[in-house]
Ligand binder design. Sequence first.
Ligand SMILES: [Fe+2]
Length: 340
Amino acid sequence: MADVGVLRGSGPPMETGMALENRFRFTGVECVTFAVEDLDDACRFAKDWGLNEAASPEQGMRLFATVDGSEVRVVEVDRTRADRSPIGSPSGMSELTWGVEDEAALKALAAELGRDRRAEFDAAGVLHSVDDLGINLAFRVARRRSVPYEVTRYNAPGSPGRLNARAPRYQAAKPHEISHIAIGVDDAGEAVKFYIERLGFIVSDRYANRGIFMRCSPVGNHHHVFFMNAKQRGTRFNHLAFKVRDIHEVIGGGQHLDSLGWQTFAGPGRHLISSACFWYFQSPFGGSWEYAADEDMVDEHWETQDFDAVSHIFSEWTFGLEKSDGTLRGPISASKEQAL
Ligand SMILES: [Fe+2]
């Protein structure tokens, strides 16, 4: 950690140690809808990833779910329909659905968003709107449900947490839940304003104004959404992360994907920010998908930091990611601001 500079820069507010509210009672990412060029290829990837296919609510749509009911919906690109047009191209996210605790929160959101943009309920009671970048957003009462499982126990010197029991083995991953989504933009500092000022999201950590990790609620994930200045211009889906049970499931899942011919984007490795062990794969969804384990969990006492956006900030360690000169071929661009 000695190389990680901590900055005090300009940008969106950094809430530390103060009382944080969750005005709209957000719970997390409920569903990501993708519009893709090759529906069959995308669905094959989703199944190989370990998602369960469920009955689709709509003609021409395929529906996949994690263990806890987090959803991925997939449709073929149809540029004549806003709800089947991806941000970015040629494939990408067409709508991002956030969960809230109850109907009252949905009504409050509709009133807030309806002040200056569309805020319409569909027949299923899902609220549809849009952010300042043109990303289609939806909000619904959370359907994700906590599903108990046996938490992996570890042996450490002098502390045998798993006595007389073999460690778990994984032939493939079974993603437990959606963790977060990352979106590439031209100016992350601008992109997050809507989420902070209108929805009450909280900055958890930041690379100056170039990569901003936000959570939708004071207690829970380190981040639910990450806006980053990507190398490519424009707004586009970058990656979607799924929580698995432990690092062994990250590796087992990654090896399974690799054996099926899917290509690694980055990893396996461990992030410096959020502490997660990761393995990213290139996907047919216009960006990558990430297996993640052991991410930081936070509450209102989390101390946010503003990190120097140096090339190696992406990972503490990884296999196959760093160039021989130590620079990264990963997703963070150095073009927007100079690192101090
Ligand atoms: Fe991620």
